[in-house]
Design a binder for this molecule. Sequence first.
Ligand SMILES: C[S@@+](CC[C@H](N)C(=O)[O-])C[C@H]1O[C@@H](n2cnc3c(N)ncnc32)[C@H](O)[C@@H]1O
Length: 254
Amino acid sequence: MSGKLFVIGTGPGNPDQMTPEALAAVAQATDFYGYGPYLDRLTLNAGQRRHVSDNREELDRAGAALRSASDGANVCVVSGGDPGVFAMAAAVCEAIDNGPPEWRNVELIIIPGITAMLAVAARIGAPLGHDFCAISLSDNLKPWDVIENRLQMAAKAGFVIALYNPISKARPWQLGKAFELLRAVLPAETPVIFGRAAGRPDERIAVQRLEHADATVADMATCVIIGSAETRIIARDGQTDLVYTPRFISGGNR
Ligand SMILES: C[S@@+](CC[C@H](N)C(=O)[O-])C[C@H]1O[C@@H](n2cnc3c(N)ncnc32)[C@H](O)[C@@H]1O
């Protein structure tokens, strides 16, 4: 008989932002599959086994977890943030889609988590208060011209844009190029939030205006939120500024 396959998210890194439902899944599983730093966020007992793999090996990891669950183990695949946002839930579905028929019989339980853009947004105000979208800036799994097109269309359509995977050693120029494209569409004073390691001890949140937005402020632990033409900054004496996007735009009913 097949075991259960849980796919969980740890949240952005603050232990308080991991859901009770995800913690209950951890208590039920014997085998844990994930990238080492995400598995390190879990407190496991002596009988629970870690299967660590590199963060580029998602499909192999999903296959290994499905094989183990198919053989009867209760297993847990671990992502950071939410497992369905640029993470392991899609890799597990891809593996099932292309894998042996018995993997379709595994009981799959995907448990939602707090994704990075929500943690960043909450630290600075309410930049996602009106319509928004999320785009991964990584051109590993999709061509760069698709990303450029999506950025331009999203900005023209008035969406606030949350950028995941903004920059890495192998992808050093893409965020700068994205800012360049967006400057042609959005007002110069549009707020850009650099939310790094939200909820973790090394958290750093910075706000710049699009005209001077500096891509070197970001690293792989940063979620960049680019406002829409409606997004505003409220200056506060002695407190950090608030950035928010009002719930209404002109022409709507208040
Ligand atoms: C592969 S994606 C995984 C996203 C994850 N599943 C989620 O829901 O947050 C990794 C990207 O998430 C963002 N990220 C993850 N944790 C973060 C945090 N604590 N603060 C800011 N951004 C974070 C960064 O953009 C990073 O490059």
